[in-house]
Design a protein around this ligand. Sequence first.
Ligand SMILES: NC(=O)c1ccc[n+]([C@@H]2O[C@H](COP(=O)([O-])OP(=O)(O)OC[C@H]3O[C@@H](n4cnc5c(N)ncnc54)[C@H](OP(=O)(O)O)[C@@H]3O)[C@@H](O)[C@H]2O)c1
Length: 240
Amino acid sequence: MQKLKVLITGASRGLGLAISKKLESEYSLILHASKEENLGEVGPDSHILCADFSDAEQINAFCKQLKKDHGDSLYAVINNAGLTFDKPITFQPEREIDAMINVNLKAPVMISKTAMKIFGLNKKGVIINISSVVGESGNAFQSVYAATKAGLVALSKSLAQEAAALNAGHEIRVLSVSPGFIETDMTDAIPETEKEKYLKMIPAQRFGKVEDVAEAVLFLLSDKASYINGTNININGGIL
Ligand SMILES: NC(=O)c1ccc[n+]([C@@H]2O[C@H](COP(=O)([O-])OP(=O)(O)OC[C@H]3O[C@@H](n4cnc5c(N)ncnc54)[C@H](OP(=O)(O)O)[C@@H]3O)[C@@H](O)[C@H]2O)c1
């Protein structure tokens, strides 16, 4: 049987890389990074589609290519690519604000728009948007990042409702996943004193591993999760 196709954005490192490793035996993957050379070696069943999402024109070109190359067979999208520039908003240059909005929110919106067209024809598909714990709690010095992540939760819930409003008898699901503090390049940049402060807030008494998120994504994509829809799944060790 032919494997179902799944797009994973930001698959070059961190969570996206772990998700791609977790899914590769079961699915045919479309792997994205900002540049092809960042992806390294990819499996035989994998396709590559790269774009710098901080550039709105590249997002549009990416969506067009996605539809052209994979429009007949796309089963799922994991909108995972993301970036943050942590600082007080009064010191935040507009180019950083635009980059966070484009990469973290505009790209998932446009990719979801493309996917919803494809899923509407097939009456089947899954979108998982990788949000963050700070999308709900907020976080000092991450105001724009947190706003983009909150946007992904609302986008997912809205699209789940929209899929139902437009498609009778469909199997389309849209979800968000909100990781807490997971050990990746993104969190390596946080100073040790800050990390100690975060650790005290986590009932699981450890930071998350990329596998904690990848395992959940594998389950959420599967038919075993067919009744989990239009909601946000926290993976954060119990952060209050
Ligand atoms: N780590 C955590 O604790 C944590 C917690 C909550 C939520 N998250 C979310 O989880 C997702 C993955 O985070 P991570 O920790 O794995 O981050 P990471 O290690 O920094 O990796 C970020 C990924 O996003 C891609 N990306 C960054 N800027 C891009 C751009 N301008 N255009 C296209 N792609 C770009 C990167 O591709 P290149 O290699 O090509 O740059 C890379 O694949 C993000 O959305 C993040 O907000 C992470």
